[in-house]
Design a protein around this ligand. Structure first.
Ligand code: GAL
Length: 939
């Protein structure tokens, strides 16, 4: 977290990522404001009204007239408010009738709505709303107009709203219909707006989203950054643009600069290109992930119009057909894991801070590479990989070369190509077309598409077959990825000696954390690395096959963490996977310790399973003990008596059969004849107290920071009881809230939201998220018969992410039809002929009319209230009603205004759930301006 704070402070210092100021003026030239807070949410679909009749059909076909819940004036006042990231599927219960792949969770359809206002000073700026990820298919409306449709739960959506935005009192409305019945995976995909959303305000001349490509490269003459800056101009005139690029080191010092000039037509785009040379940069590596910052400034004449900062790292990567992978020309075996993106308690709505937690656990295990299976991850995850030193295989989701899907691939490369962590672009996973002419042709095109955007990283594809077919994908990629192809590793290498190869997926072994006896009747598999999928290998077997083959760049174990769905080899009641080296909470299983012993070289590793809490009838019986170490030899001592010793088997690890006797079992590790580590398993007494163990010392009070807290119980000597299953109740006070609970049991159906959880083999996890504030969090945990525990977590003052303010939910009546002007007073309740589209013209509130052709006019609209079953006190508010007026609601006169001037008028009425016809009759002197000088709202 310390690292996070420094990174934040640093970013604030260079003052450009979130909001860049013109040094000469005080207006920010670029603002990135979070839209995460204050969404109205409805779980379920709201069918669109059936369009019938000529007038409705005519209106329905017009821009800005979206119907139903997509309409700006839809009454959502009674909907609950949610904040993003949000995954509604994880909130629900498990249901056998639902899809096993989606963790037996109901997904369905949901609606989100958000209103916001823009200051009139924003007029003329370029405005974009962004969604970083919505599961799964989304339709987005802005101010009643459909503005985007997205058929992937893993790609961002950028919507230019500049032309449609309203300013001042007029409300802007976003509506999002999320269809999570559709699915793109065979794993849990969540449901809803599960990543962040933003409003970005920029100058008319600006750098487009993902418009900076500044990734250092090294050639014979040294290091350079060839920078490409894509500029757009939403202004009305063509313009010249001066672009300056500076490279800042981690202390904020400028170490190199470059500049260029280009021009951009009005409503056009152009790419400014320049190269900066950098001498002797500090290299980025997994052990020293040193990052630089590329600060881009755009000027229009002398005016500073845009500025933003991106990250980069100086490192070289190389794959070799004989000897594998090189980072900065140093050989590095990839010790990789594949992962999906859900976590206990929160599902897909993972707070950013949890990425750091998960990566820290993986690094502790010795992992140096991460495959984003099988989709692009969040940008916050990639930032954490850059920051923490994790190599990444970034993976495209949909294998399809039609324009829309190629757009998804392009988006991934454009968004991610500055991250030093990314070393491979993966275009697919296990596609049945992989061994065919068509598959080859598709990948040839996808690879070309990637190369058009980035030639610095190889393209791969994760193949599980077809590798010897005459036409196959291996011939169209730079690095061939093998999913579980152990049996052909050697033959393929022999027949294709110049091809670069890596495992892209291996292992697929099963274990349940803390279980040491397989019981298939109860969907339990022991954690001795004894079972694997038919197509896979044990953790030990898979790694041995890779280590023994220098031509393989490395491993990508399936998986680092358990994930929801795919509970192979079982089904109901199992709801999450058994593959992880860690469970859904990130608690280590034996596989974690196996890889740690195999992968961590710079410090002694020693771990031992199982626990030593066996029942009385186990006394004297033989217990299988497994020791994982990177030492030369290990020795076991039970209750002070030596049991056995073995040389460490670096692949298989060491197993012993030890006759059980309660007490203390110790393992001692030796290197070069010297003891280098010691661990133990002790028989504990029954639990007497609950304990909470925080992951970090404090939370940042920014409303976003979050941390997992381990829940456990201890005996009277303070020892963790590894077999405990107590139900622990939780409550919280201060600047924080519980956002999820879990325990890593793949067979548990306990709810993940709420304030209690049972321990599974001694452990549970509660995730606490900070509110905005500085009041320390007090998390209380209690369990029947045990001493309760209160954990106090300091909450530090932290900068808040600048946000789009929430507004009071309002039904704004923007769309009106206005009658022809007349000299005599018209009948206010007159009906408009069904086929008459032309004599009553559409008009908006907040604009006065000139009464040139007569003294009277009628203004008419309708609205529907939906939020309260009975009568509710409502107010019709007309901010600036101008002229003499009569207000008629459902053919009843409810208000009369005798004066001619402008007035703010508030008319109370009793609202019911029904549709209302509202007519305002205005009378004005000939040629005067009258009507609605301001907005009309139902409050
Ligand atoms: C692979 C697949 C993964 C996962 C795994 C389970 O075939 O790529 O997504 O399903 O099998 O073993």
């Amino acid at each position: 977290m310390q690292a996070r704070i420094w990174a934040l402070l640093f970013l604030c210092c260079i003052s450009s990522l979130i909001s860049a100021q013109d040094p000469g003026r005080n207006t920010p030239v670029r603002e990135k404001l979070t839209l995460d807070k204050g969404w109205k949410f409805f779980k379920g679909d709201i069918p669109f009204p059936v369009v019938k009749g000529h007038r409705e059909s005519y209106n329905n076909a017009k821009a800005g007239n979206a119907l139903g819940a997509a309409a700006p004036n839809f009454g959502d006042m009674a909907w609950p408010i949610v904040n993003l990231p949000h995954d509604w599927a994880v909130e629900g219960a498990f249901d056998k009738a639902e899809n096993i792949s989606q963790s037996y969770r109901k997904r369905g359809i949901g609606w989100y709505r958000r209103q916001f206002k823009l200051d009139p000073s924003d007029r003329g700026r370029h405005l974009e709303i962004q969604f970083d990820g919505i599961a799964t298919h989304a339709t987005i409306w802005f101010n009643g107009m459909v503005v985007h449709r997205n058929w992937s739960g893993y790609t961002s959506m950028y919507v230019d709203i500049t032309a449609l935005a309203k300013y001042g009192d007029e409300m802007n409305s976003i509506a999002v219909r999320v269809d999570a019945d559709d699915q793109e995976g065979w794993w849990y995909e969540g449901a809803g707006i599960y990543r962040h959303s933003w409003l970005v305000k920029r100058s008319p001349l600006h750098v487009i989203t993902d418009g900076i490509f500044a990734n250092p490269i090294k050639n014979e003459s040294g290091w350079t950054i060839p920078a490409e800056i894509t500029l757009a101009n939403s202004g009305t005139q063509p313009t010249k643009a001066d672009v300056q690029v500076s490279l800042l080191d981690a202390t904020g010092k400028t170490v190199a600069t470059g500049q260029t000039q280009t021009s951009v037509t009005n409503l056009g785009q152009n790419i400014a290109r320049l190269t900066i040379k950098v001498d002797n940069p500090t290299l980025w590596s997994v052990d020293n992930p040193y990052r630089y910052w590329v600060k881009t400034i755009v000027k229009q004449g002398t005016t500073f119009v845009d500025s933003l900062t991106t990250t980069c790292g100086f490192r070289t990567i190389r794959f070799d057909a004989d000897s594998g992978f090189y980072l900065n020309e140093k050989h590095l075996k990839l010790q990789g894991v594949c992962n999906h993106q859900d976590h206990a308690g929160v599902g897909m709505a993972v707070p950013d801070a949890l990425w750091e937690f998960r990566l820290r656990k993986l690094k502790e295990m010795g992992v140096n590479a991460y495959r984003c299976a099988h989709n692009p991850p969040s940008v916050e995850f990639l930032d954490a990989c850059d920051r923490m030193g994790m190599l990444v295989m970034d993976e495209n989701r949909n294998f399809n070369t039609s324009p829309e899907y190629m757009g998804q691939l392009q988006w991934m490369v454009r968004r991610d190509r500055n991250h030093p962590s990314i070393i491979l672009w993966s275009v697919f996973n296990e596609e049945p077309m992989q061994g065919s002419e068509q598959g080859y042709e598709m990948v040839r095109r996808m690879s070309a598409e990637v190369k058009a955007l980035d030639t610095t990283r190889p393209v791969t594809a994760a193949m599980n077959g077809g590798l010897f077919a005459p036409h196959n994908v291996s011939k169209a990629v730079d690095v061939v990825g093998f999913n579980y192809q152990m049996h052909i590793y050697d033959r393929f290498h022999k027949e294709n000696p110049t091809m670069k190869l890596t495992s892209s997926e291996d292992a697929s072994a099963f274990q349940v954390r803390g279980e040491y006896k397989t019981d298939k009747g109860k969907n339990i598999i022991d954690a001795y690395d004894s079972e694997r999928a038919l197509w896979g290998a044990t953790h030990r077997g898979a790694w041995k096959a890779i280590v023994e083959r220098p031509y393989l760049a490395g491993a990508f174990v399936w998986t680092g963490f358990d994930y929801r769905g795919e509970p192979s080899p079982f089904s109901w009641p199992s709801a999450s996977s058994f593959f992880g080296a860690m469970d859904l909470c990130g608690f280590p299983k034996t596989a974690f310790y196996i890889h740690q012993a195999q992968w961590v070289a710079d410090k002694p590793i020693l771990n031992m399973v199982p626990h030593w809490n066996w029942s009385a009838d186990s006394v004297g019986k033989s217990i299988k003990v497994m020791v994982m170490s990177n030492a030369d030899s290990v020795r076991l001592v039970l209750n002070g008596k030596p049991v056995a010793g073995q040389r460490v088997d670096t692949y298989e690890m060491n197993t012993f059969q030890v006759p059980y006797s309660p007490g203390k079992l110790e393992a001692i590790a030796y290197k070069g004849g010297k003891e280098i580590a010691r661990t133990k398993q002790e028989t504990t007494d029954p639990p007497v107290a609950v304990q909470l163990v925080p992951d970090r010392l404090a939370l940042d009070g920014d409303g976003q920071d979050a941390m997992p807290i381990t829940v456990r119980v201890v005996d009277k000597k303070g020892r963790e009881v590894p077999t405990a299953s107590n139900v622990v109740k939780l409550s919280i006070k201060g600047s924080g809230r519980i956002i999820g609970v879990g325990n890593g049991d793949p067979n548990s159906h306990e709810l993940e939201k709420g304030d209690q959880r049972s321990l599974f083999n001694g452990l549970a996890q509660v995730i606490v998220q900070a509110d905005e504030g500085i009041i320390p969090v007090e998390l209380m945990a209690s369990a029947e018969g045990l001493q309760p525990f209160t954990l106090r977590i300091p909450v530090r003052k932290a900068p808040l992410v600048a946000a789009v303010p929430m507004v009071r939910p309002t039904l704004q009546l923007t769309e009106w039809r206005m009658s022809p002007f007349t000299d005599s007073k018209p009948n206010p309740v007159i009906e408009i002929a069904e086929n008459d589209m032309n004599s009553w013209l559409p008009t908006k509130a907040a604009q006065l009319q000139t009464f040139a052709e007569g003294r009277f006019a009628l203004f008419r609209t309708s609205f529907t209230l939906t939020d309260s079953p009975g009568e509710t006190d409502r107010t019709l508010s007309l901010k600036s009603l101008t002229g003499k007026a009569e207000v008629w609601l459902n053919n009843q006169l409810i208000f009369t205004k005798a004066s001619e001037g402008s007035e703010a008028v508030r008319i109370p009425f009793k609202g019911m759930n029904k549709t209302y016809k509202l007519v305002v009759l205005i009378e004005a002197e000939k040629a005067k301006q009258a009507g609605f000088g301001g907005v009309v709202n139902v409050e």
